[in-house]
Write a protein that binds this ligand. Structure first.
Ligand code: ADP
Ligand code: F6P
Length: 320
């Protein structure tokens, strides 16, 4: 019987996390379950920092970026003493299960905590879309829209001055944001950590484009490939013309979530409670082909989410 759950957001914030918080809280209350919202991720468990959430605690948040529960990266929780103490806090507060909204690091933490007898369900929230077992993570769609809107603005200047721009986007070791935004933004080249690149090829592609009459050269560079300052300076030498650089940074993490992210976050929050009521634990909720899937936490760490090769091929044809 689940009478009380804990809820926390952990790791990097992502637009749509609030919509997931709202869905978890309202579905739980509808199902007769109390919700304790722990603040600042796992650090909030260690600090016993929580408040009881009701339906109005989540009013007016579905459209807001960030997370009302705050988030943090907690080093103390990484130790087994930390995890043991967190399980003690949950027991002391008579919490029967925990819902964790975060990225793969947060799920590693969740899996460790489950070894101390805590029932946990995860909801994937990270702009990187790098979690194995799910097509989408909360925040990815919004981050891609942010990058595409930046590319569109940069293209105005690039075309007017007939220049080359490198646009550096986030993604850590994953190229999902760069590849998707590069395709949607009509970039001339997209460089991602999953694929080797050569300065020579990149410069040749740009030169050929200018020769065919293109007015701009836009390269989307995923942060995991190379430092964009070094990249731009090296490319300049191969290209023989100036290269401008824009680092998009944390604007990709904030802002109003897209409708897609809000709907997906709402579904995942709802599904999380549905699965806890079915006694599911130590799993992450995911979505595949639009349908709910359940992914064991340990499968997430033992597998890497691949880039869609079709997207990559398509990008290389459509940017001609
Ligand atoms: P994300 O969840 O976005 O990938 P992090 O990798 O920073 O973000 O992880 C969030 C938090 O999860 C960390 O601050 C830490 O408290 C916890 N965590 C991450 N990795 C582990 C691990 N291997 N064991 C235990 N806890 C972990
Ligand atoms: O995981 C999300 C992310 O924004 C990555 O794309 C990026 O590498 C990292 O977090 C930046 O983390 P922070 O904001 O903590 O420096």
């Amino acid at each position: 019987m689940i009478k009380k759950i804990g809820l926390l957001t952990s790791g990097g914030d992502a637009p749509g996390m609030n919509a997931a918080v709202r869905a978890v809280v309202r579905t739980a209350i509808y199902s007769g379950i109390k919700v304790l919202g722990f603040e600042r991720g796992y650090q909030g468990l260690l600090d016993n920092s929580y408040y009881e959430m009701n339906t109005t605690s989540v009013s007016d948040i579905i459209h807001r970026g960030g997370t009302i529960l705050k988030t943090a990266r907690s080093e103390s929780f990484k130790t087994s003493e930390g995890q043991k103490y967190a399980s003690f806090i949950l027991e002391k507060n008579e919490v029967d299960a925990l819902v964790v909204i975060g990225g793969d690091g947060s799920f590693r933490g969740a899996h460790e905590l489950s070894k101390f007898g805590v029932k946990i369900i995860g909801i994937p929230g990270t702009i990187d879309n790098d979690i194995y077992g799910t097509d989408y993570t909360i925040g990815f769609d919004t981050a891609v829209d942010t990058v595409v809107s930046a590319i569109n603005k940069i293209r105005d200047t690039a075309s007017s001055h007939e220049r080359t721009f490198v646009v550096e986007c986030m993604g850590r070791d994953s190229g999902w944001i760069a590849l998707t935004a590069g395709l949607a933004g009509g970039a001339e080249d997209v460089l991602i950590p999953e694929q080797e690149f050569s300065y020579q090829d990149c410069a040749e592609k740009l030169k050929a484009g200018f020769k065919r009459g293109k007015a701009h050269g836009i390269i989307v560079l995923s942060e995991g490939v190379e430092n964009s300052d070094i990249f731009s300076k090296t490319l300049e030498k191969h290209l023989g013309m100036s290269v401008n650089r824009t680092v998009l940074g944390h604007i990709q993490r904030g802002g109003q979530p897209s409708s897609f992210d809000k709907v997906m976050a709402s579904k995942m929050g709802y599904w999380a409670i549905e699965e806890l009521l079915r006694s599911r634990e130590d799993h992450m909720i995911g979505v595949k082909g639009g349908e709910k899937v359940l992914v064991p936490f340990k499968d997430i760490f033992h597998n890497k989410k691949d880039i869609d090769p079709v997207l990559l091929d398509m990008t290389n044809i459509l940017n001609l």
